[in-house]
Design a protein around this ligand. Structure first.
Ligand code: ATR
Length: 289
């Protein structure tokens, strides 16, 4: 569908945004479904965030994705926040519902759908989550509702403990916060079913690093890395080599995007089309600097 007077705009705001895969993913989906929408990327600095949201309101943008560094700060400019986003304290998707800006967080659900779509059940499983930053928090909130046991390990122990406490208070289920160390990993990995890396260890340009020594990986394990640059991190390669099931970071990106798409359009997201578009954009960009 060509751009005309009725075309509505969706966009990602953040800093940096120029390498985002979301424009390719969403525009391919809009085209596939013949929707009169376009998706753009706007670089918005911290100082410009308030004006950007006010501009989105005035211009009647249909929806926004919000990325670093605005996921927390954007909340104060919105009219309503979904319960999950409120609990996490971070918004990655905004719907303009007839002038009312509603904030959601689709990261955690995106991660859980990525597991499900790869036939990885979380029921009665132990998940070891590496990291306690924004992405880890979103995943932890969602995972805690499904898994039997959740252990959060982080370089900074305080944030792991704070997150564990928050989850314990909210869900009243077993959850521990520990330090990311060789000793803790050795102890926890033996009984772990699902390992999720939500740290930035292994991300380009440090592609030869992994947060987990390869000798701790085993074939009964499911490993999901939320890093998608590179598409196959060292952790994912090591996990594959021992026969573990793996889920790449592109899958979480894809499903968080698919949920956002459905929030904006009320249509089922064409995930295959979105995945193909994201993969070809990644290939075109090569290593992202
Ligand atoms: P995101 O929004 O992508 O989650 P973030 O909130 O900055 O980003 O979180 C980054 C995560 O990677 C944190 O858990 C961070 O650990 P700290 O809380 O100790 O900072 C983790 N991380 C980053 N670099 C790391 C490294 N070299 N070793 C271990 N963990 C690291």
């Amino acid at each position: 569908m060509g751009i005309n007077g009725k075309t509505r705009v969706c966009a990602i705001i953040g800093d940096p945004v120029e390498h985002s895969l979301s424009p390719a993913m969403h525009n391919a989906a809009f085209r596939k479904l013949g929707l009169n929408l376009v998706y753009l990327a706007f670089k918005v600095t911290k100082n410009e965030l308030k004006d950007a949201i006010s501009g989105a309101r005035s211009l009647g943008l249909r929806g926004l994705n919000v990325t670093m560094p605005h996921k927390n700060a954007v909340i104060k400019y919105l009219d309503e926040i979904g319960s999950e986003a409120k609990a996490i304290g971070a918004v990655n998707t905004i719907l303009n519902d007839q002038g009312k800006l509603v904030g959601y967080n689709t990261d955690g659900k995106g991660a859980m759908i990525a597991l499900q779509e790869n036939h990885i059940s979380t029921d009665e499983k132990k998940m070891l989550l590496l990291g306690a930053g924004g992405a880890a928090k979103a995943i932890a909130f969602q995972a805690e509702q499904d898994v039997e046991e959740l252990v959060i390990v982080n370089r900074t122990i305080e944030t792991a403990e704070q997150l564990a406490e928050l989850l314990w208070k909210k869900f009243g289920k077993k959850v521990k916060g520990k330090t990311l160390s060789a000793g803790v990993l050795k102890e926890e990995m033996e009984t772990t079913d699902i390992l999720v890396n939500a740290t930035s260890v292994g991300m380009y340009p440090d592609i030869n690093k992994s947060p987990v020594p390869s000798d701790l990986l085993h074939s009964d394990l499911c490993v999901m890395d939320i890093i998608y640059n590179p598409l196959e991190t060292k952790l994912v390669k090591d996990a594959k080599a021992v026969g573990a099931k793996v889920v790449s970071g592109l899958e979480m990106l894809l499903y968080q995007g698919a949920i956002a798409f459905e929030i904006w359009t009320n249509c089922s997201a064409p995930v295959d089309v979105m995945k193909k578009a994201a993969l070809s954009k990644l290939a075109e960009q090569g290593d992202i600097d």
